[in-house]
Design a protein around this ligand. Structure first.
Ligand code: SAH
Length: 262
């Protein structure tokens, strides 16, 4: 015992120095941020927490290349938006693996998220400018609204089914879309308070073009809308408004859920 105490006394200066070094080390570690080492993309393709994220990114690129660009969509702004929006986060979990496939998917309440190509086609037909204010009728999952929000300045979207509207609103909020405003209601009447719009897109099919939507278009504004009987094939129209004149162009056949009226 005595000898150990003597040893400690004799070496107290060394112990003090050691304690000071440990303290300094701790202090430096807390103050200096860790160096972030960038990881090459290939390193994340092995199984791990980021592997699924990477798979979806690859699927999204493939979707744009084979389903959208290959079918003639050439607006780079649209292609970039389609490549960016994480479509798998807009579908129910059991359909995530199919999120980038070439067809629509169920989103609940008997409704569907449109096929990726149709979303891209309708977006391109709107001929959006970065400063544009856009109205969407039929929020559904919120996916089309997100694509619009990547391109235009302000997006307004109206949904008639409460549960879908609420889910989409919180999803868009979580994903950080600050330029989208959502509303519950009958989109047949548009959204008067924010009119006029540079562009309006309708993602459910009425059997005629709602006149309130034409009224809420700016001069020179564009409306893209499927029109036709419910349950059948409808015609996709691109309508341009010039003063009291409207010019309609048939853009081919599409199939949408009906625009329902309360
Ligand atoms: N754009 C959506 C898909 C639309 S599915 C997306 O990207 O996921 C069509 C949507 O239109 C459905 O959610 C349906 O509830 C909604 N809808 C049908 N009639 C409507 C109406 N009168 N007003 C607003 N929304 C309507």
């Amino acid at each position: 015992m005595g000898r150990a105490a003597d040893w400690l006394r004799e070496h107290s200066w060394a112990l003090g120095l050691f304690a000071a070094a440990v303290l300094l080390w701790g202090l430096l570690a807390a103050l200096i941020p860790p160096r972030v080492v960038p990881m090459p993309i290939s390193a994340t393709s092995s199984p791990g927490p980021f592997a699924t994220l990477d798979v979806f990114t690859a699927q999204r690129r493939e979707m744009v290349r084979t389903q959208i660009r290959a079918r003639g969509i050439s607006d780079e702004v649209v292609l970039k938006a389609m490549e960016k929006v994480p479509r798998h986060l807009f579908v129910p979990e059991q359909y995530q693996a199919e999120a980038y496939a070439d067809h629509p998917l169920p989103i609940g309440e008997g409704q569907t998220i449109s096929q990726p190509y149709v979303v891209a086609l309708m977006t391109e037909l709107l001929a959006l400018e970065p400063s544009d204010r856009v109205l969407e009728i039929g929020t559904g999952s919120g996916y089309q609204a997100a694509v619009l929000a990547e391109i235009a300045n302000e997006v307004y979207t109206v949904e008639i089914i409460e549960s879908l509207g609420r889910t989409a609103a919180s999803r868009l909020q979580t994903l950080g879309y600050r330029n989208i405003r959502t509303r519950l209601g009958d989109g047949y009447y548009g959204w008067e308070e924010n009119a006029p719009y540079d562009a309006i897109i309708v993602t459910a099919a009425p059997d005629h073009i709602p006149q309130p939507l034409i009224r809420q278009l700016k001069d020179g504004g564009r409306l893209v809308i499927p029109v036709g009987p419910p349950g059948a094939v409808q015609t996709l129209w691109r309508v341009e408004k010039y003063g009291d004149q409207v010019i309609s162009h048939n853009e081919g056949e599409v199939r949408f859920v009906p625009l329902v009226r309360p």
